[in-house]
Write a new protein. Structure first.
Length: 301
C-alpha cells in the first residue's frame, strides 16, 4: 500500500474576529491590563472609580495597545476568590464605558459564566479565562457568546498554585497536552478552533525554572497552530531572576516580551504598554528584516 502523507497543519490565523472588531495578528499586538479590583481604582469605598479606569485605558490605547483586558478578580498567587456578583459589579460598568466612550476592543478576564454572558451583552469582544473554561457553565456560555476565547494553562488554583509546583513530564509537554484537551472540549461544545487563542500561563503553578524553560521552548505550542498570547508583565519570575520588587520589573518584562515574540507570541498582556510596543515592534522588524507590514506604531499616527 502507498504510504500516506499526513495533511499539513494550517498556519495559525493571521486575524481574529473579536465581536465587531477584526484584530490583525499579522504582527505582534499588545493587550493592556486594566485591573478593576478595589485596590486598583478605588473611589475610597468598595467601588471602582470609573473615570480613573477610563483614563488609564485611554492612555494605554494611546500608547499603542490593541485591546484592553478588564479583570475584577485577582488571580495572583494567594489571592482570595471573589463572589460572582461582586466580580460582575466591578467589571460591567467599566466594560460598558470602554465600549461606549472609547469604542475599545475589550477582553474580559474571567472564569465566571455569569460575567462572560453579561459583559458580552455590554459589548465585550473577547474572553480571557485563566481556567480555560473549566468552571461550571463557562464552556457553554463562551460557545454561545460568539466571542473568541483565550485558553490558559494553569496547575492548581491561585490560593495554593505556587506551593512547590511539580510536573511528571517536561513542563512544555504538560502545557501542550492540557491545551490540546481543552481545544477538543471546546470543539465538542460548539466553540470552533478559529475562535481560540492559547496561553502557556506563566506563573500559574510553575516554578521560576518551569517558567524560563517554558518560554525558551514555547515553539512546542506553535505545533497547536493557534495564536499565542503570553503574560509575564511584572511577574515573580522577573523578580526572582533580577532580585527586584514588583515596581522595578519593567526592563526585565520588556526583554521577556521581545523573546516571546521571537518564539511565536502574537499578543503580549502587559501593564507597561508603551515600552512593550517599542520592544516588540523592534523584535518584529528584526524577524521580518524590515518594518513592513504595518506595525503597532503606525496605528498611532
Ligand atoms: C489574568 N491573567 C493574569 N496573568 C495572565 C496570563 O499570564 N495570561 C492570561 N491570559 N491572563 C492572565
Amino acid at each position: 500500500m502507498k504510504p500516506t502523507t499526513p495533511e499539513p497543519l494550517p498556519e495559525a490565523a493571521s486575524s481574529l474576529q473579536c465581536g465587531r472588531h477584526r484584530l490583525d495578528l499579522s504582527f505582534p499586538r499588545v493587550m493592556g491590563i486594566l485591573n478593576v479590583t478595589p485596590d486598583s481604582f478605588s473611589d475610597g469605598g468598595r467601588h471602582v472609580a470609573l473615570d480613573d479606569a477610563l483614563r488609564r485605558a485611554e492612555q494605554m490605547l494611546a500608547e499603542g495597545a490593541a485591546m484592553i483586558d478588564v479583570g475584577g478578580e485577582s488571580t495572583r498567587p494567594g489571592a482570595e476568590a471573589v463572589p460572582e456578583q461582586e466580580e460582575l459589579d466591578r467589571v460591567a460598568p467599566v466594560v460598558e464605558a470602554l465600549v461606549r466612550e472609547l469604542d475599545a476592543l475589550v477582553s474580559v478576564d474571567t472564569s465566571s459564566a455569569l460575567v462572560m454572558r453579561e459583559t458580552a451583552a455590554r459589548g465585550a469582544s473577547m474572553i480571557n479565562d485563566v481556567r480555560a473554561l473549566e468552571r461550571d457553565g463557562a464552556l457553554a456560555t463562551a460557545a454561545a457568546s460568539g466571542l473568541p476565547v483565550c485558553l490558559m494553562h494553569r496547575q492548581g488554583e491561585p490560593q495554593a498554585m505556587q506551593h512547590a509546583p511539580h510536573y511528571e513530564v517536561p513542563v512544555e509537554q504538560a502545557v501542550a497536552e492540557f491545551l490540546s484537551k481543552r481545544i477538543a472540549a471546546c470543539e465538542a461544545a460548539g466553540l470552533p478552533r478559529d475562535r481560540l487563542l492559547l496561553d502557556p500561563g506563566f506563573g500559574f503553578g510553575k516554578s521560576v525554572e518551569h517558567n524560563l524553560r517554558l518560554l525558551n521552548r514555547m515553539e512546542a505550542l506553535e505545533a497547536l497552530r493557534l495564536p499565542l498570547l503570553v503574560g509575564m508583565s511584572r511577574k515573580s519570575m522577573i523578580g526572582k531572576v533580577l532580585g527586584r520588587p514588583v515596581e522595578e520589573r519593567l526592563f526585565g518584562g520588556v526583554a521577556l516580551s521581545a523573546m516571546a515574540v521571537e518564539r511565536g507570541a502574537k499578543i503580549l498582556r502587559v501593564h507597561d504598554v508603551g515600552p512593550t510596543v517599542d520592544a516588540v515592534t523592534m523584535a518584529w522588524a528584526v524577524l521580518q528584516e524590515g518594518c513592513e507590514p504595518s506595525t503597532n506604531k503606525e496605528l498611532l499616527s
